[in-house]
Design a protein. Structure first.
Length: 256
């Protein structure tokens, strides 16, 4: 990962990231660690999380705080946020990154699979924000909540009805919470990434043919890397963006 802009307001403050063991989440854990933030993250993938923590401890001398949880267990998620802040100090930012973009045709969706999709892609973000906001109000310092949506909420691709619905809901939730939390100087914004080249995408959907088609649709004919999304998250978490709230930021190389 290349050098990023240095944000003094991030140094020494706790940043909590969901889904931080791999992909975009891991890139953000690394980016905030390089800022000198006290990074805390949760994920189901304990093996990848341990490797990431060891690598960053070796590089920075500071080991990120990690807890293995399922973010759809809302009580466990809120408890993890409280525990991280108790150990790491004042909460500067919450980043709701955990998601599941599995594909299903509308005919395949059951009531349970629909609820499961909402739980990880929408519900977890709300209840994490609820817990984070209470802590930020108590510390009387404000803070930043960053929700991850997707350009799929704008494009509506086939065979993703639950995911598209949930990610559109994230945009609406971002607007609502920005208004509700603004008086406490808590900013709430959303990031809508395009097709980011993560290991999961490479192993599952990003075939040479699919990538060639994608490149025909974007203005910038380059792969979108997780580190570039992480750089946007750094800015939105830092005090440099203190007057930006209720906004949705698309980073997709000019696809939309």
């Amino acid at each position: 990962m290349g050098e990023s802009t240095k944000y003094p307001s991030l140094e020494g403050r706790c940043v909590f990231i969901t889904g931080g063991a791999t992909g975009i989440g891991a890139a953000m854990v690394e980016a905030f660690a390089q800022q000198g933030s006290k990074v805390a993250f949760v994920d189901l993938d304990a093996e990848s999380a341990a490797a990431l923590c060891a690598r960053l401890e070796d590089r920075t001398g500071i080991r990120p705080w990690f807890r293995q949880i399922d973010v759809t267990d809302m009580e466990a998620l809120q408890e993890a946020i409280a525990a991280a802040v108790q150990e790491q100090g004042p909460l500067q930012a919450l980043i709701n990154n955990a998601a599941n973009d599995n594909r299903h045709s509308p005919a395949e969706v059951t009531t349970q699979s629909w609820r499961d999709c909402m739980a990880i892609n929408l519900d977890a973000a709300f209840f994490a924000a609820q817990a984070a906001a209470q802590l930020m109000v108590a510390q009387n310092h404000g803070g930043s909540v960053i929700n991850f949506s997707s350009i799929n909420a704008l494009l509506g691709p086939a065979n993703m009805p639950g995911y598209v619905t949930a990610k559109a809901g994230v945009v609406g939730m971002t607007k609502a919470l920005a208004r509700d939390y603004g008086e406490s100087q808590i900013r709430v914004n959303a990031i809508l990434p395009g097709w980011v080249v993560t290991e999961r995408q490479l192993n599952t959907w990003l075939t040479p043919e699919a990538e060639a088609d994608w490149m025909k649709q974007v203005a910038l004919k380059e792969r979108l890397q997780p580190s570039e999304v992480a750089n946007l998250a750094l800015f939105l978490a830092a005090d440099d963006s203190r007057m930006i709230t209720g906004q949705s930021f698309t980073i997709d190389g000019g696809r939309t």
